[in-house]
Design a binder for this molecule. Structure first.
Ligand SMILES: *Cc1c(COP(=O)(O)O)cnc(C)c1O
Length: 442
């Protein structure tokens, strides 16, 4: 753990000394808001509205269709991919920005199945993943497995290494794992897998590995090339600050690049889209993971998000951001433990730095099943914005999630958030019926 400031004034002093502090001004955060949900929707870069307006007025408005060339629209997915590459430990030509995380998972999982089938090993028919993986990943994998005659096997994280080795009862097939599909940082708990170790275990077992970086890209330093992973996908609108519905990204290890087949082989993934040939001939490398025409407004907003990371480069880049993220989460955890004493709070996020991402998740034991939801609503009513993830009534508890984005969060944010949380619980403010109304998005 880093040294924890003991007073709010000490937090103010550390924030003032923080060389990353000026980066906060790159964001248009409303005054009075403590924003701790950048793991779900990153804050808005100040440049975004002007940049998107420029795409509309200057590029679309004046250039019209010429803008595909003159404004660089056509190359946007590759240009932005090259800018994400250093954040994820990939080489610039190996990443493209396109579609959504869900769609990109469909593409890479299908490509992985195809690679395995190409080896002629008909006994490898399992895709294994974690039971608690993000639902869209499980839904996509389940649907693709059924379509392609694979079996989706869901396990608790501790059981994955044994399953890869063919031990511990993965079913009737023994060592039949084709693909290990994991989300690097768990969306509920914030727990982080050891990517290199798990990718190596997959490789040793003759399986391919796919990593969902939705809660890692822009939050923790990543080394896709060095980890030996086979595929990765990730999200543009979380820590990367690309705006609601921002395009996602996709990476494949270059050792596979020219052998990959993806099922959504549209014209943007063609080697020569403007040849308009009736037969599909895939673009070299990762370019074949493009499908069709992308939203240039979405690309432009994501570029502004990536600009905020570029601004951090001169200040130590993603390593410096990680260091600050850990200082913020260490502080938040320490304050929750100290100020939350006797109030029913529990920290479910693992404490070791190497075992967690940039969010902290709390449980709340109370005499009322709505307590967690209502407490988060009471926090939001005070301008402390985190979010709530319901449990399943069985093993998985309700969670209050707090995401820390070191580009714009401060130590005072962490300090004050816990003071509000304490006050709401200690004074029972969460019991006010106004905090129990449920909207579609929690
Ligand atoms: C946020 C998230 C997604 C989002 O998928 P979309 O296609 O953008 O809706 C997918 N997977 C994980 C692990 C996520 O955290």
């Amino acid at each position: 753990m880093s040294t924890i400031p003991a007073t709010r004034d000490a937090c103010i002093a550390l924030d003032a000394d923080d060389r990353l502090a000026p980066l906060r001004d790159l964001f248009g955060l409303p005054p009075g808001i403590i924003y701790l949900d950048g793991n779900s929707l990153g804050a808005m870069p100040r440049t975004a509205s002007e940049r998107v307006a420029r795409v509309i007025n200057d590029e679309w408005g004046r250039e019209l269709i010429r803008a595909w060339n003159t404004a660089g629209w056509f190359d946007y997915p590759r240009r932005l991919g090259a800018r994400i590459a250093p954040l994820i430990g990939a080489d610039a030509p190996d990443v493209v920005v396109t579609d959504t995380t869900s769609i990109n998972l469909y593409k890479v999982l299908s490509a992985a199945m195809h690679l395995v089938e190409g080896r002629g090993d008909a006994s490898r028919r399992q895709v294994i993943s974690e039971r608690g993986n993000f639902p869209t990943d499980l839904y996509i994998a389940d649907s693709l497995c059924r379509e392609r005659g694979f079996e989706l096997v869901l396990l608790d994280a501790e059981r994955l290494p044994d399953a890869l080795r063919g031990e511990g009862g993965t079913g009737a097939h023994g060592t039949s794992v084709a693909v290990l599909m994991l989300t690097h940082v768990d969306y509920r708990t914030g727990a982080m897998h050891d990517m290199a170790a798990m990718s190596a275990a997959a490789r040793a077992a003759g399986a391919l590995s796919i990593w969902d970086l939705a809660h890692s890209a822009g939050a923790v330093p990543l080394d896709l090339r060095g980890s030996g992973a086979d595929f990765a996908i990730g999200c543009g609108y979380k820590y990367l600050n690309g705006g609601p519905g921002a395009p996602a990204f996709v990476w494949a290890h270059p050792r596979h690049a020219d052998r990959l087949e993806q099922p959504l082989a549209g014209w943007w993934g063609h080697a020569a889209p403007f040849a308009f040939t009736p037969d599909f001939s895939p673009a070299p490398g990762i370019g074949r993971f493009l499908c069709g025409t992308q939203s240039m407004l979405g690309m432009a907003a994501l570029e502004c998000g990536l600009d905020t990371f570029a601004a951090a480069d001169a200040l130590g880049g993603i390593d410096a951001l990680r260091e600050k993220s850990l200082a913020l989460t260490d502080l938040f955890i320490a304050r929750v433990i100290e100020r939350g004493r006797g109030l029913g709070l529990g920290v479910v996020t693992p404490l070791p730095h190497e075992a967690r991402g940039s969010q902290v998740s709390l449980t709340l034991h109370a005499d009322d099943p709505d307590a967690g939801f209502a407490t988060m609503q009471a926090l939001i009513a005070r301008g402390v914005i985190g979010d709530f993830r319901a449990g399943d009534g069985a093993g998985r508890p309700d969670l209050l999630r707090f995401g820390f984005a070191p580009l714009y969060n401060t130590r005072v944010d962490a300090w004050d958030a816990v003071e509000h949380l304490r006050d709401i619980l200690h004074e029972g403010h969460w019991r006010d019926p106004v905090h129990r109304r449920r909207a579609a998005v929690t």
